[in-house]
Design a binder for this molecule. Sequence first.
Ligand code: NAP
Length: 274
Amino acid sequence: MQAFPSSLVLVGAGKMGAAMLEGWLGAGLAPSAVTVIDPAPSDALRALAEGQGFSLLTGDAQNEAKPSEVVVLAIKPQMLDQAAATFSPWVGPQTLVVSVLAGKTVANVTARLPQTHKIVRAMPNLPASVLQGMTGCYAAPAVTDAQKALSQRLLEAVGAVEWVADEHLIDSVTSVSGSGPAYVFFLVECLTQAGIREGLPAAVAAKLARKTIEGAGELLRQSDLSPATLRQNVTSPGGTTAAALEVLMAEDGLAPLMEKAVHAARLRAEALSG
Ligand SMILES: NC(=O)c1ccc[n+]([C@@H]2O[C@H](COP(=O)([O-])OP(=O)(O)OC[C@H]3O[C@@H](n4cnc5c(N)ncnc54)[C@H](OP(=O)(O)O)[C@@H]3O)[C@@H](O)[C@H]2O)c1
């Protein structure tokens, strides 16, 4: 297995940064290798830094800065231009920069960090916060195989990782897995409403819908079977599930609607990345 880096700087330890940090430390990254830069760290982050012994920098003073093996950018995308001066001293010509900044292209990052072209652009999703994330990544041509493996190791600490060969496909990744958790949450809402319409008390319908999606997700996670096989396994001919699926799988059912929704998300992602 690819070793963890000997030095890693995390810039921005908000929701996504903190989730990745906890994943790395839990997976065995040595705290002594880690520097976290965040101007206003949460109490939880301060306590973690004290407990684990990694370096936490909050001010502009970068006296300790020296090129790191890896720099992970997890600030808000709109902070990139403003924050670049703070983390630039940690980036040298060989530094691997892993950026999770939504909508920021490799060219956007290079414009702020011209000293390296070794940039991996990653799009994680919200379940990374419970170590069940799905991250799609693109590696710029200058990224070495070893650096790709290193990025994979780091991103796998919060879930699964897939690579795309063209950067523009990151917008498609965003439209499927990046925004995807919200589609599933909405499915729970719709299933709840449908249950209420069929006579269930609201709280009961909400619990049935939520636990059903949780349980189906867990089954999917634990099983090697395809979703289609799992679906067929619970669908008896002429039964209740078949009656519902006939509606969902009709020509004007869920499939064209999902395609339309995912397409809209991709167009929006494209527009946002300029
Ligand atoms: N959350 C997700 O599900 C998700 C999914 C995909 C991609 N992403 C990407 O992940 C990035 C972070 O998102 P988030 O949800 O984790 O946002 P967030 O919770 O706001 O985290 C950003 C963190 O960066 C800190 N920060 C601000 N300026 C900084 C500076 N100059 N130097 C160092 N740190 C600085 C912020 O501190 P303050 O709070 O004090 O400003 C905050 O702790 C975004 O680019 C987003 O596109 C997030």
